[in-house]
Design a protein around this ligand. Structure first.
Ligand SMILES: NC(=O)c1ccc[n+]([C@@H]2O[C@H](COP(=O)([O-])OP(=O)(O)OC[C@H]3O[C@@H](n4cnc5c(N)ncnc54)[C@H](O)[C@@H]3O)[C@@H](O)[C@H]2O)c1
Ligand SMILES: [Zn+2]
Length: 271
């Protein structure tokens, strides 16, 4: 039996659905993933010119020593994510009748934009749509309503968001590399809700993992941990790296999810 059919049947038989997603989930909406240095530099050619890879640029120190460079990177991404419409694969997942929870390393807010319940999402690396103080002067996190214009030629932000409380530079509430100043309050609240959702599982669970890479394997490891803990079925959707799933689908997110939905519909008509 092919993997699409297997996935459709596994989903059909489950009551609970854990959706885990990495940057690959956004690719079919037109967002870049950051696969390796080459992938990152394809998305940010200017970073290549500056000799900065993802790890070097996604570093909180830039907010201290060069806020305009730091906000060029995050401001550009903020604008990109604000202007993106989630692809149809999100709708397929949203329309499934299961009791669902989302666990993602994406900071782009696309699940919320697609209409997923804000209270049933863990954004394990934080969100670009929330701000915190760079210092931080306090544990506060607030919604990012700022307009950040970016001169991409010079890779400089023209606007720098400021802390609401002390007026120092503000930064996205995103976990960066070598980051000891990330305010964890929001993600901890999300993790508490996730833990109580997991505690309530009393029937068959399926995990649908989409576009999670190996460079920062947070999402892959979480999918595997929950699979082992619950004896759940892991459906791994990834055009290049689907190995290790109980059901491996080597397609892009949108194509795979639409195919699964089409098969589920056929299946319903037959019974
Ligand atoms: N949109 C975002 O929020 C965003 C974007 C890039 C990176 N990041 C951050 O960068 C880190 C990198 O982690 P990562 O593993 O998510 O990204 P990654 O770039 O390392 O890996 C992306 C994965 O998606 C797969 N992929 C590519 N096209 C796909 C498609 N059309 N459909 C499904 N899968 C596809 C790739 O094969 C790869 O395995 C994380 O910390 C994440 O927070 C976030
Ligand atoms: Zn402050």
């Amino acid at each position: 039996m092919d993997s699409i059919k297997k996935a459709a049947i596994a989903i059909k038989e489950a009551k609970y659905l854990l959706i885990t997603a990495g940057a690959g989930m956004g690719v079919d909406s037109g967002l870049p993933d950051f696969r390796g240095n080459e992938g990152f530099w394809r998305a940010y050619p200017i970073a290549k010119k500056l000799g900065l890879n993802f790890q070097a640029l996604a570093n909180p120190t830039w907010f201290d020593i060069n806020p305009s460079l730091a906000w060029a990177f995050y401001g550009h991404r903020l604008n990109l994510y604000r202007n993106t419409t989630p692809h149809e694969g999100f709708k397929v997942l949203k329309n499934l009748p299961h009791n669902k929870f989302v666990f993602t390393s994406n900071v782009d807010g696309q699940f919320q934009k697609a209409g997923f319940d804000e209270k049933k999402i863990v954004e394990i690396h934080g969100s670009i749509h929330y701000l915190q103080c760079t210092l931080p002067c306090c544990e506060e996190i607030w919604e990012n309503k700022e307009i950040v214009r970016v001169d991409m030629e010079r890779f400089r932000a023209l606007d720098i968001p400021k802390c609401k409380f002390c007026k120092r530079v503000a930064r996205p509430n995103i976990l960066m590399f070598g980051d000891f100043r990330f305010v964890e309050k929001r993600v901890n609240e999300q993790l508490n809700r996730y833990a109580s959702w997991l505690r309530g599982i009393d029937d068959k669970l399926v995990i649908v993992e989409i576009g999670a890479g190996k460079a920062v394997p947070t999402v892959r490891l979480e999918s595997e941990r929950i699979r082992d803990l619950f004896g759940a079925t892991l459906i791994r959707i990834n055009p290049r790296e689907s190995e290790g799933g109980d059901i491996e689908i080597s397609l892009g997110a949108k194509e795979a999810l639409l195919k699964i939905a089409a098969f589920m519909l056929q299946f319903e008509k037959r019974i």
